[in-house]
Design a protein around this ligand. Sequence first.
Ligand code: COS
Length: 390
Amino acid sequence: MVDFTLTDDQKAIREMAHDFAANVMRPVAWEHDKDGSWPEEVLKQGWELQLMNTHIPEEYGGPGMNYLEGVLIEEELGWGCSGIGTSLAANGLACAPINLGGSEELKKRVFGDITESYKLVSFCLTEPGAGSDVAGMRTTAKRVGDDYVINGSKCFITNGGYADYFTVYAKTDPEAGHRGISAFVVPKDDTVTVDKKEDKMGQRASNTATITFNDTVVPAANLLGEENKGFKLAMMTLDRTRPGVAAMATGIARAAFEMATEYSKERVQFGVPIAMHQAIQFMIADMATKIEASRLLTWQSAALLDAGLRNTLASSHAKRFAADSCMEVTTDAVQVHGGYGFIKEYKVEKLMRDAKIMQLYEGTAQIQRLVIAKETLLGRNVEAAAITTV
Ligand code: COS
């Protein structure tokens, strides 16, 4: 029998994240959404509570949480404010390839530093001309003696404007397509410039920047995994982080659902609360089912990882379904509010704006379908195979 019971420790982790979301994130979330200001104080408090760097092993100074614990936290952060939540979660995305491919010395150096004091790490994969098509990237890393010299621009980089380190993907063999990409840890220095801060539709509290590497020199010791194996490292990273995005989408949807149900019990039309009307009840019912199903897929995708099994298919199922559901649920939550849902004072409109990015970042809804189709047609869904390493 499948057991969905959480341990006391897991319940405590979820409760701690929920308290933080309710008492620290929510009171400032709408202000940061309004002016797009950087929530540094909130992030520092999140770092103190180890709501950042959740998967860094204990031997390197982190809390060493498993993936199920990670998604429990991310759902609460999404419920609190997914803009601030994304900034808290971004170290996890950037550190996953270090965890997978970094040498002992590199892990001690970088993880030791970012767990010792508040520091940010940004994941640099996407480029202006290479979003879904990762292999189309143009950033290069040339080997010169014991170093690599990196040149190129990366866009849509979460926390990019404030990062102390970057995990950068670059072509080490430009003629070799996806088999010519390598990944590196790049500490911030004067050769790394922040070119543009994006003014976004949603998740306005998170910083999203273009970062350019201008003859940036890193030692060969900062290479992650083997040279030219960076594409696979990126895919293995996304397998590990898409469950977190699915969890955050579930949290946003849950917040919107709560607002819609509360409002439906208060708002009177035709002499009764609108919750008494079947038209509203059907919307509420569909919202509730989508949230439950999103959470179940999310937990499954995390539990497979915790069991040491390949979760590529489950991860894309979860990310695709939870993100699409989040968009639908938040749109319906605005609909339940009628005209008031369109007014900022009612707060639910922020959730609908925040939801959109869930279908875009860490692989669009269409990319998830591509992965699902490929995995299914290859028959890998029949039995999850053990994870291979880079
Ligand atoms: N784990 C390990 N290896 C993987 C993998 C995974 N999940 N997925 C693919 N690979 C490997 C394949 O085994 C293959 O290896 P070989 O070089 O040995 O043949 C290689 O990677 C290429 O795989 P594939 O042919 O399946 O790649 P495609 O080009 O068909 O598809 C997509 C790649 C489109 C799925 C990929 O580029 C992608 O996910 N794009 C979206 C990127 C994204 O999410 N961007 C957001 C940035 S972070 S905000």
